[in-house]
Design a protein around this ligand. Structure first.
Ligand SMILES: CC(C)(COP(=O)(O)OP(=O)(O)OC[C@H]1O[C@@H](n2cnc3c(N)ncnc32)[C@H](O)[C@@H]1OP(=O)(O)O)[C@@H](O)C(=O)NCCC(=O)NCCS
Length: 199
């Protein structure tokens, strides 16, 4: 498969030049974003990141599906399934829209929905989970809209900015996602039929 299509975005494999795009976007991030994006790492040079990318390409992690999000013909972020557990058909998911000016344009929701659809329907996952900072209201809103239910809270599990912070755990089962996804598809199709008949 060459790509996974959403409504607004398309998901494709990482190429080496994407490492530079990500590095450049990271140079514009402020400290709040850094914490919300869960990077607790020292600054790394472009050369270090390219070397890491080359090592991953040479020895790929079989438990991870890492994809680039493209919209309007350019790279806007990345979305990943990781911690894939073949016995229990579980995986975790992570999403990032790299630049502030690309957020709130529907790309994140669309990208995550497209990867979840692929994960459930093509990769036969049973459950997808994620963790998010409790104050990340935009991310919580997006995940709830996609059908993720609040499952718990890991207390003081993430150290940042000199203190231990809680993380919220959310999860969605395939049947829950599909019920919502099919309803959305029916609504979209009904809207199309209605606008075609009134045109
Ligand atoms: C969180 C993130 C992935 C979402 O992607 P996105 O492309 O910006 O999201 P979308 O445009 O698809 O949807 C944003 C939704 O949040 C809503 N929103 C925006 N700010 C909000 C806020 N402060 N509180 C609640 N909802 C908010 C928008 O109205 C929109 O909802 P709607 O479609 O129902 O109107 C992206 O903003 C991002 O990468 N942020 C920085 C890093 C981060 O937080 N990563 C997630 C770590 S778990």
């Amino acid at each position: 498969m060459a790509w996974i299509a959403g409504e607004k975005v398309m998901l494709r494999a990482w190429e080496r030049e994407d490492v530079r795009s990500r590095w450049e976007a990271d140079q514009t991030a402020d400290s709040t974003e850094i914490r919300l994006r869960d990077w607790h790492e020292p600054p790394r040079s472009l050369q270090q990141r390219e070397a890491e990318f080359d090592a991953q390409q040479a020895d790929p992690d079989p438990a991870t599906v890492a994809l680039i999000i493209e919209a309007e013909g350019r790279v806007v972020g990345d979305v990943n399934l990781f911690h894939y557990d073949a016995k229990n058909r579980n995986a975790s998911i992570g999403l990032s829209i790299w630049r502030r000016e690309d957020r709130d344009r529907g790309y994140g929701t669309d990208a995550m929905r497209a990867l979840m659809r692929w994960g459930f329907r093509e990769f036969n996952l049973h459950r997808i989970e994620l963790s998010v900072a409790p104050e990340n209201e935009r991310a919580l809103h997006v995940y709830a809209k996609l059908g993720f239910a609040l499952e718990g809270r890991r207390r003081e599990s993430a150290y940042a900015d000199g203190r231990y912070n809680d993380e919220v755990i959310m999860g969605v089962l395939r049947a829950e996602f599909e019920a919502r996804d099919h309803a959305g598809t029916r609504e979209t199709a009904a809207g199309r039929t209605q606008s075609a008949s009134t045109a």
